[in-house]
Design a binder for this molecule. Structure first.
Ligand code: ADP
Length: 452
């Protein structure tokens, strides 16, 4: 059974992991798709507003073309090198004016997005006699080749468009053609947030479905473990009660056999001893059956016969009787309250308190202290012992029906696991509560809190 549960858990965990992975993959795919869609949208919108720089400022554009022509002609003359051309282009004086103008246009035409951009020059090729190509430079888009714009890096930017420009000219009877290519890169500020906002519905839905699945899984698992525990506890109970019944039955069997012997029957002393044994075992059987009966009835409603009693006196009587039954056990009282009148069921509460006191003896204690005190508006009765104690992880189960702490050998101490269950039921019927504090090897303290 345990193996099957473990297998089931392992399978479910694997299934959950696979499902979560698939969900993550789907979310990631959607995210990538949304990013691509967003880029296309931005590209289209920008394409509509700037087909050419001349839309933005024709004066600046003609100055730019004049600079290109001037640099090309000086190069043809041999007055400047390729590096001089690149330097001349990149250090153009209209850089900040054009940047500001393009930026303003973006702000006006695309007010929903905050856009940073860079236009980088990739190619500058001269065709002398319009045939032979002389590549001044041709590079991949680099931010270092920025003509205009306010972007500091191309890392998170995406390509919006390429501008290819051609200029024809004649210099000293020599025809030439100039081919330039520059690219516009943009980066939308907070674009991740924009995309996440667009994906909010999908994100919430998938998170919700995964969380629901995990919650259902945990609930199912808890129910399964609880069921297994109940079935284990029931099996333990059957083992315990069988064991408990065996001893008196065996003694009864032997006693009857002995009584069949004539010489025993004729000896009064022996005869009485055997009859006493039979009577003791009979009582033991009766009390076992009573315990089981009382607790199965307790499942329904316990009918209390309450009366007003002076609680300290009531406790003292129980302690005195207990001392007579267990003369070797040191039982002390420490009452910090006086003459507290409570409405209680004497009979049931006596049995419950005796269960706790007897447990203390059963589980290794030789000194018991019974204390009372007032805790806010509650009356507290605590029974402290110096017995074997209870491990922390077992303490929450103590008050469950049939529960017994396993101590290596299950039947080391006799019991059915009903004593504390009965205590809890009786205290609950008084609208009170019971709790335990214990350290393994040091002792245990049970505290019963009753409403004043
Ligand atoms: P039972 O004594 O018949 O086993 P109880 O319901 O009275 O059943 O107690 C449940 C379990 O709690 C016991 O099996 C025992 O292991 C543990 N227990 C109860 N009282 C004490 C105590 N004073 N010290 C140590 N262990 C205790």
């Amino acid at each position: 059974m345990k193996q099957r549960i473990n297998l089931l858990i392992a399978f479910s965990v694997v299934a959950l992991i696979v499902l979560s992975t698939v969900q993550c993959y789907l979310v990631k795919t959607t995210y990538d798709y949304k990013v691509a869609q967003f880029h296309t949208q931005i590209k289209n919108e920008i394409a509509q507003i700037s087909n050419n720089y001349s839309d933005i400022d024709s004066v600046l554009v003609s100055r730019k073309e004049a600079l290109y022509t001037h640099l090309s002609e000086k190069y043809i003359q041999g007055k400047n090198s390729k590096i001089d051309i690149k330097k001349g282009i990149l250090e153009n004086e209209y850089r900040s004016a054009l940047t500001a103008q393009i930026q303003r246009k973006f702000e006006r035409d695309l007010p929903n997005f905050k856009i940073d951009f860079a236009i980088v020059l990739n190619k500058f090729i001269l065709y002398k006699n319009t045939k032979k190509a002389d590549t001044i430079f041709s590079e991949k888009p680099f931010i270092q080749n920025k003509l205009y714009g306010n972007l500091a890096s191309l890392n998170h930017a995406f390509l919006v468009r390429n501008y290819v420009g051609t200029t024809n000219g004649t210099f000293e009877n020599q025809e030439y053609q100039l081919l330039t290519e520059d690219s516009m890169y943009v980066s939308v500020i907070d674009w991740e947030m924009i995309i996440l906002r667009r994906m909010a519905f999908i994100l919430v839905l998938s998170l919700f479905s995964i969380l629901t699945l995990i919650t259902l899984f945990v609930i199912a698992l808890k129910a399964l473990i609880k069921q297994k525990k109940v079935s284990d506890v029931k099996t333990d109970f059957i083992n315990n009660i069988t064991h408990e019944l065996k001893t008196p039955l065996a003694t009864l069997g032997i006693s009857t056999k002995i009584l069949e012997q004539k010489n025993i029957r004729e000896n009064d002393e022996n005869f009485n001893a055997i009859v006493n044994t039979i009577s003791r075992q009979n009582n033991r059987l009766q009390s076992l059956i009573d315990q089981v009966m009382a607790n199965s009835l307790a499942e329904n409603k316990i009918e209390l016969q309450k009366e007003k009693i002076e609680t300290e006196d009531f406790l003292q009587t129980i302690v005195n009787d207990f001392k007579i039954t267990y003369p070797k056990i040191g039982v002390k009282t420490d009452f910090q309250t006086q003459k507290t009148n409570l409405v209680l069921d004497k009979f049931h509460l006596t049995t419950a308190l005796l269960n706790v006191l007897e447990n203390a003896v059963k589980y290794g204690s030789n000194t018991i202290i019974v204390k009372t005190k007032q805790v806010e508006n509650q009356f507290s009765i605590s029974i402290e012992d110096n017995g074997i104690g209870i491990a922390k992880n077992k303490q929450s189960l103590l008050f469950e029906k049939f529960y017994r702490v396993e101590q290596g050998n299950l039947h080391n101490t006799k019991g059915l696991g009903l004593g504390l269950y009965y205590v809890a039921q009786i205290v609950k019927a008084h609208q009170g509560s019971v709790n335990v504090i214990s350290d393994l090897g040091k002792g245990t303290q049970f505290t019963i809190l009753l409403k004043v």
